[in-house]
Design a protein around this ligand. Structure first.
Ligand code: MEV
Length: 312
């Protein structure tokens, strides 16, 4: 075909980030309020990218996008497409570097657009494999949870080397996501925790295991509609993340404010040290009020978002 579209939503880690890199479980949520659209189009010449951050030939992308080059090249090879006569336009509403899985979303949308361009059906395994090429480039040693969540329509229970499980919440949970305004660096944050594990294996492993236990209890809270318990567990996880050194003043400021304004729990989401926080509101009305208050308090962007019991 001459033009083909691929889309992808973003993701939120509800609980278990960082510990998931070291073998503990995590719970993540597809976040449909922001996403990426990629359009692959026949344009004679070399393969080019057109995005907010870069416009030009794919082999000259800045270092920050080099994962995308590898991923596009691997996808073209996979599809037996020539490395020429192609323009890939990328439009994203996901703020990059904010823990919302922007890089994985871009990769998944681009891969989907190339499969559509080649008129090939895909297996989810193909998408995951190709997107992971880009993710490893961007983030070093990611756990793989971002790409999985971006290709899922339902909340995920994820543990490395284990089959992925879907979670069905048994109640309505109203969350707020607030952007601290500062960009984080997933690779650096993941490396900093790995360094801690190496320097004090027993003490840090105990913390990671503690996050694992909290995550197990959070799953039960979701599956038994226990909002107050879930809130408490989000707070407990935040305490451990702070001790791991991945929260910063900007995140803490939003987290403490949200709690002070009645959030049942609040923590950072994603790699931290910049990026976003996730807070659990008491109900729908409270979630709207909290959104307004967080905006006035200086959050760069705020989204309210509900996880609902499936009634189909
Ligand atoms: C990033 O969304 C979550 C981290 O746990 C890294 C990863 O799992 O790849 C910080």
């Amino acid at each position: 075909v001459q033009t083909a579209i691929g889309v992808a939503h973003s993701k939120l880690i509800l609980i278990g980030e960082h510990a998931v890199v070291h073998g503990q479980p995590a719970i993540s949520l597809p976040f449909p309020l922001v996403g990426v659209e990629a359009i692959a189009e026949y344009v004679p010449g070399s393969v080019k990218i057109d995005s907010t951050f870069y416009h030009g030939p794919i082999e000259s992308v800045p270092e920050s996008l080099s994962g995308l080059t590898t991923c596009v090249e691997a996808t073209l090879d996979h599809l037996d497409l020539p490395h020429q006569d192609l323009l890939i336009r990328i439009k994203s509403s996901i703020p990059p570097g904010k823990g919302l899985g922007s890089s994985a979303s871009v990769a998944v949308a681009v891969i989907r657009s190339l499969f559509a361009y080649a008129e090939e059906d895909y297996l989810i395994e193909d998408i995951l494999h190709l997107a992971d090429i880009s993710e490893r480039h961007a983030h070093g040693e990611p756990s793989g949870i971002d790409t999985l969540t971006i290709t899922s329509e339902l909340p995920i229970w994820y543990q490395k080397e284990e089959p992925t499980d879907l979670i069905e919440p048994q109640g309505d949970f109203h969350f707020i996501v607030a952007d601290s305004g500062r960009m984080g660096d997933t690779r650096l944050a993941v490396e900093s925790v790995t360094k801690l594990v190496k320097s004090a294996p027993r003490r840090i492993q105990a913390k990671l295991e503690r996050i694992g236990e909290i995550t197990h209890r959070a799953r039960t809270a979701l599956e038994t509609a226990s909002k107050h318990l879930l809130g408490q567990l989000l707070n407990e996880a935040q305490k451990e993340l702070e001790a791991l050194g991945v929260s910063d003043a900007g995140l803490n400021r939003l987290i403490y404010f949200a709690r002070q304004e009645g959030a049942l729990g609040a923590k950072l989401t994603g790699a931290g040290n910049g990026g976003c926080v996730i807070a659990l509101a008491q109900n729908e009305m409270h979630s709207k009020q909290l959104c307004e208050k967080l905006k006035k308090f200086g959050a760069h962007a705020v989204w309210s978002f509900a996880l609902k019991k499936n009634t189909d």
